[in-house]
Ligand binder design. Structure first.
Ligand code: FMN
Length: 199
């Protein structure tokens, strides 16, 4: 199962393009699940270190479901609106809360491919910075960061929404970057099973 995480507090442009990505994967016969910040309750990490000792998080919220999905997944798509040139606070909270999962199972994400989707209201609003932040998370957690490559999807899928659903739907370059990234990501999901056995 491929897990797509939507970091927007609302069901709008990022949710739309993440759903497109998951549909592209489903057409290839890949099972997918979408987890969204907008209908979840996720507390901030308090750095209380409860998880270091107890191997579980002190908070009892929707991260419990996300921990199970992350562990069961064969690959992860992190999709976020660009907020002040980076990932949304909602996605950042989820990223930080994986600390508890990784204390319990340090290999929970190891060897799994990851791809990023960044949706900005401006054409040059920090999509690349946001994708770098996502790719750094993948690297730090022993994942395989996947982009669609040069000539269109250098760091992942990047959209210019003009702050509207119509805007993101008509962003042809964004859709092209999504297709390129999903294609490479699907290839890596196939390859990565064998690689994970060696971790
Ligand atoms: C708090 C906040 C900060 C934002 N910062 C940026 C930004 O730095 N660059 C940008 O291009 N758009 C920025 N935007 C606009 C959103 O990225 C854009 O509207 C996006 O399409 C929203 O995604 P959503 O519809 O999934 O929520 C910001 C929006 C909000 C609410």
């Amino acid at each position: 199962m491929i897990l797509g995480i939507c970091g927007s507090p609302r069901k709008k442009t990022t949710h739309h393009v993440l759903s497109l990505a998951l549909k592209m994967l489903e057409k290839r016969g890949v099972e997918t699940t979408l987890f969204s910040a907008h209908d979840s309750k996720i507390e901030f990490c308090r750095h209380c270190d409860f998880c270091r000792k107890s191997k579980r998080c002190v908070h009892e919220d929707d991260m419990a479901e996300l921990y199970e999905l992350l562990e069961a997944s064969k690959g992860v798509i992190l999709a976020t609106p660009v907020h002040n040139g980076g990932v949304s606070a909602h996605l950042k909270a989820m990223m930080e809360r994986t600390r508890a999962l990784l204390f319990r199972n340090p290999k929970a994400l190891a060897g799994k491919p990851g791809m990023g989707i960044a949706v900005g209201g401006d054409r040059n609003g920090g999509q690349d910075l946001t994708l770098l932040e996502i790719n750094a998370f993948f690297i730090m957690n022993r994942m395989i960061p996947v982009s669609g490559g040069n000539f269109g999807a250098n760091l992942g899928a990047a959209f210019w929404s003009r702050d509207t659903l119509e805007g993101v739907r008509s962003d042809e370059e964004g859709i092209r970057s999504l297709e390129m990234t999903v294609n490479r990501f699907a290839e890596w999901v196939e390859r990565a099973g064998k690689l994970r056995e060696s971790f």
